[in-house]
Write a protein that binds this ligand. Structure first.
Ligand code: COA
Length: 261
């Protein structure tokens, strides 16, 4: 064993890359890894240099092959409930950053790994990636949001097929079903996730933040309230320097340079 941190974070230009770094266990999520992931994602959120966060797994064999089965096997029901809440909490940490989070996916993306990828706002996967919720094969149910987010992303029928059979789907199927936004070239998920980040980074930062909030928060509201929420955020953008710059640049036929305020 090395004394390498279980989660790494580096900032490249305006992109923070957060990497689950436990490749000898296929990046399985134990409590230590989940705690470190929460801290590093939060730190990336606070980093003024970083406009987009890319989440990935070390090595090419797995993004994350699930929650740590060895650690889970010893949990009491009360501890398991806490473990579920801890894993689910990563979704709140991601949303609280106010920045787009893109999962860059190579290899096995199973159980808690698939759930972590679904907490991200966007997913870029290499063609050899494999997705699944195999918990029922262990006598468990998905506990990091999988029963809810998978159905929202791919629809109830496909989600139930994956969850009830525990079978994996390949990247092409995941792409066709909407679980993956972009298929990368082989072993290029990270590179292509950064390219996708680049497409977002030249847009108005406040608008990007509000779009994330409008879509994510709106999805848990009745449509009428969600539309009201959208209108309120739309109104607030008119008080931003970004909006003055974006509309001004269009009218002056030049590229905008957003101050992010
Ligand atoms: N939890 C804990 N350890 C895990 C793990 C997990 N979810 N997934 C993989 N590992 C460990 C293996 O135990 C093995 O450790 P070891 O070398 O100390 O024995 C190491 O990672 C490599 O995995 P291995 O199973 O040898 O690789 P493989 O190529 O033969 O198989 C998988 C890959 C992904 C098919 C297989 O590891 C697997 O089925 N993992 C569990 C997937 C799962 O059920 N996830 C949901 C959990 S809720």
């Amino acid at each position: 064993m090395t004394d390498q941190p279980v989660v790494l974070r580096e900032t490249e230009g305006r992109i923070a890359v957060v990497t689950v770094n436990r490749p000898d266990k296929l990046n399985a999520l134990n409590r230590e890894v989940i705690g470190a992931l929460a801290r590093e994602i939060e730190a990336a959120g606070k980093d003024p240099e970083a406009g987009v966060i890319v989440l990935t797994g070390a090595g090419t064999k797995a993004f994350v092959a699930g929650a740590d089965i060895r650690e889970m096997a010893a949990l009491t029901p009360v501890e398991a409930r806490e473990f579920s809440r801890m894993g689910q909490g990563l979704g709140d940490v991601i949303d609280a950053t106010g920045k787009p989070v893109i999962a860059a996916i190579e290899g096995y993306t199973l159980g808690g790994g698939c759930e972590l990828a679904m907490m991200a706002h966007l997913r870029v996967a290499s063609p050899s990636a494999k997705f699944g919720q195999p918990e029922v094969g262990l006598g468990l149910i998905p506990g990091f949001g999988g029963t809810q987010r998978l159905a929202r992303l791919v629809g109830e029928g496909r989600a139930l097929e994956m969850i009830l059979t525990g079978k994996m789907i390949d990247a092409e199927t995941a792409h066709a079903w909407g679980l993956v936004n972009r298929l990368a070239r082989e072993r290029s998920a990270l590179e292509e996730a950064k390219a996708l980040a680049g497409e977002i980074l030249d847009k108005g930062p406040v608008a990007i933040r509000f779009c994330l909030e409008a879509v994510r928060t709106g999805l848990s509201m009745p449509l009428e309230e969600a539309l009201e929420f959208e209108a309120a955020l739309f109104g607030v953008t008119f008080a931003t320097e970004d909006m003055k710059e974006g509309t001004g640049a269009f009218l002056e036929k030049r590229r905008p340079s957003f101050p992010g305020r």
